[in-house]
Every structure is written in structure tokens, then in C-alpha cells.
Unconditional design. Structure first.
Length: 255
């Protein structure tokens, strides 16, 4: 484990316009490189808000207020002069609902690199194969790259959206309920992909269930009403939670 965390969240408080209560209150959390960090909690706990703050997606919402810092490799991502477009390339996001571009499978993968100026066809072809392999989709679509992405199943579309993010060669991958609409087989494939991907990427995930959180987490953080209740290695937190609120939630007593 490196001495410096990949992401360091320090004294973070965040609120939306028109609300008296903070969506997040005084969050302090370090996220280590090459791990899967799971943020979990009941509805309105602030997990998705926190995830979106990690690549400044909440900038698109008017009237929000934030204090504290989020550091990526020691640099404040909310500092003046930060290139937000470049930040979102470094910190890619995969949402719960997979939305492929209305184009072929190949074009979905090459769209981002082309926007970034990549024109070499050989390099683009390598990106397509590498990204689809990393997302555990290559073997299923290698003979269909010029077919419409909309013809893929839901599970395949979700892995295509993951591959599309990987093609931009990010350092961090954010996942917001990425398997919430998938069947168990597709969910297992996505989870298997994540275990392989963490060798090269830092992954922060909001899971769709406690069971998934326990399966995939190297580190887990439990949030409740916008507060960080506790965080610990996944095996430790789901086996011996220190806080009774965490224990009550993971055992189904509330939420």
C-alpha cells in the first residue's frame, strides 16, 4: 500500500440548494490505490452524492455549496484552474443505467479516444480489443464489432459502458449501482471484471446490495444520513462492525 492515498477526502461538507440539511457532513476518508472501495448505506445516505463529487459531476447542479477538500494524488480537484474535462478522463464514471451511444460497438469504444485526438487505426483497434477484454466482453462481441451496440443484452451494454470508460485510460473508476438492473449471471461477470481491473485501477463503487458490498469490497465505508459512520477493510466491517448502527444495517434491522 502506498504511503499517499489515491484519493483523500478531508472535512467534506456538501449541501444542495434549498435544503437546510447537508447531504454530506464532515466526511474524512482515504481511498487507496488498486483497491475496490465500497460506499454503502440506505437511501439518502449520501453515497451517490459523494461518488459524484469525486469527478465534479455535481458542478452541473446549480446552487450547491461545499467545504473541505478532495485530493487526487495530493492535488485538490476543486482548486482554481483545474481542467475538469481532464479530471473526468482520469476519474471515469459508469452509471446504473447503461446508455450506449447510437452507434456500433466499435464506435462506442473509439468515440472518446477520437475526441482526444487519436487517429491511428492500429492504435484504435488495440484500444477496442484491450478495453473489451478488460471488461470481460471481448469473447462475446469480437465478431460483432460493427453491429449496433443497442442489440446487446443489458449485461453486455453495462460492460460496454465500462469498456468505453477504460478506453480513455483513467486512473480511477467510479461505479454507481452498476449491476442494479442485471441478472445474477451478468452481475457475476461484472464483479469478476472488477476483481481483475483493480490490479491496474482504483475503483470506488456504490453497490446495489449489502451482499454485493460484502463480496467485492477491499475497503468498505458505511454512510448514514450524510455522515460517515465507520470504514474498515471489507472482511472486518461486514464480520465485526464496530458501530451498532452499522451492525443493524448489515443485519437487516433497518434500511
Amino acid at each position: 500500500m502506498s504511503s499517499q492515498p489515491k484519493i483523500s477526502i478531508q472535512n467534506l461538507t456538501f449541501s444542495y440548494n434549498g435544503t437546510d440539511l447537508s447531504a454530506l457532513t464532515d466526511i474524512n476518508l482515504d481511498i487507496q490505490s488498486n483497491e475496490i472501495t465500497v460506499l454503502f448505506g440506505p437511501a439518502q445516505s449520501g453515497t451517490s452524492t459523494l461518488l459524484r463529487l469525486l469527478n465534479r459531476l455535481n458542478d452541473l447542479i446549480e446552487g450547491t455549496t461545499m467545504t473541505g477538500q478532495i485530493l487526487l494524488d495530493g492535488q485538490d480537484i476543486y482548486a482554481p484552474g483545474v481542467n475538469v474535462v481532464e479530471l473526468r478522463r482520469q476519474v471515469g464514471m459508469v452509471f446504473a443505467l447503461p446508455i450506449p451511444l447510437p452507434a456500433t460497438i466499435r464506435e462506442n469504444i473509439t468515440y472518446g479516444p477520437r475526441l482526444s485526438g487519436v487517429r491511428d487505426q492500429h492504435r484504435l483497434a488495440e484500444m477496442v480489443e484491450r478495453s473489451l477484454r478488460a471488461a470481460a466482453l471481448w469473447d462475446e462481441v469480437m465478431d460483432r464489432l460493427d453491429e449496433s451496440a443497442s442489440a446487446l443484452s443489458g449485461g453486455q451494454q453495462q460492460r460496454l459502458c465500462l469498456a468505453r470508460v477504460l478506453a480513455l485510460e483513467p486512473e480511477v473508476i467510479l461505479l454507481d449501482n452498476p449491476t442494479s438492473g442485471l441478472d445474477p449471471i451478468s452481475t457475476a461477470k461484472v464483479e469478476g471484471s472488477l476483481q481483475a481491473l483493480k490490479r491496474d485501477y482504483t475503483i470506488v463503487m456504490v453497490p446495489h446490495s449489502i451482499q454485493q458490498a460484502a463480496r467485492v469490497a477491499d475497503t468498505a465505508a458505511f454512510l448514514l444520513m450524510g455522515e460517515l459512520v465507520e470504514h474498515a477493510p471489507g472482511e472486518e466491517l461486514f464480520t465485526w462492525p464496530r458501530d451498532k448502527r452499522t451492525e443493524d444495517y448489515i443485519t437487516g434491522r433497518f434500511g
